[in-house]
Design a protein around this ligand. Structure first.
Ligand code: GDP
Ligand code: MG
Length: 177
């Protein structure tokens, strides 16, 4: 921190995808800045945040892209996916529809992204346990079938957020290094 000469060993691009309002922007805000905005506005314009981590004594700069509120128009462009080595497919575990739509997001990802992209599926809003609409078992089963990592998170309570990003970035590092 504050070291201008800090050597960056790797730069990884990651993308967040999933239905609108599942919590993608809040997950990124939590990871990159340890923030949560109670009344977050829909993201306008393509945005990314960077965070530098140390993995195996190497400095890894992650550049995570957030959709520009284009989810509902299915207008996420191929430029968004270009060069991405990791993807986080996010659903809201209190909204079954957002889970069912994962198949479509995965298809879109397979169509646009590199075949070797590392994917993690994230069930967000686990703080709302009493409103759960997607059993953990359903999500795990899907994850195993599609060879994805899976984690339940809460951007609000900061549960598993860092772990989820770390899991993807570490896996990418292992494959690339
Ligand atoms: P996006 O459209 O996927 O980027 O979703 P946002 O990050 O904008 O979040 C949509 C709404 O869900 C906002 O009102 C957030 O405050 C809320 N939200 C996001 N993450 C969580 C969470 O982990 N728990 C709860 N209870 N609400 C969340
Ligand atoms: Mg957003």
């Amino acid at each position: 921190y504050g070291d201008y000469n800090q050597k960056i060993d790797y730069v990884f691009k990651g993308v967040l995808i999933g239905d609108s309002a599942v919590g993608k922007s809040q997950l990124l805000a939590r990871f990159a800045r340890n923030e949560f905005n109670v009344d977050s506005k829909a993201t306008i314009g393509v945005e990314f945040h960077t965070k530098t981590l140390v993995i195996d004594n190497k400095t890894v700069k992650s550049q995570i892209w957030d959709t520009a509120g284009q989810e509902r128009y299915r207008a996420v462009t191929s430029a968004y996916y270009r060069g991405a080595v990791g993807a986080m497919l996010v659903y809201d575990m209190t909204k079954r529809q957002s889970f069912d739509n994962m198949a479509r997001w995965l298809e879109e990802l397979r169509g646009h992204a590199d075949t070797n992209i590392i994917i993690i599926r994230i069930g967000n809003k686990c703080d709302l346990a009493n409103l759960r609409a997607v059993p953990t078992e359903d999500a795990k089963e899907f994850a195993q079938r599609e060879i994805l990592f899976f984690m339940e998170t809460s951007a609000l309570e900061s549960t598993n957020v860092e772990t989820a990003f770390f899991t993807v970035l570490t896996q990418i590092y292992r494959i690339i290094s």
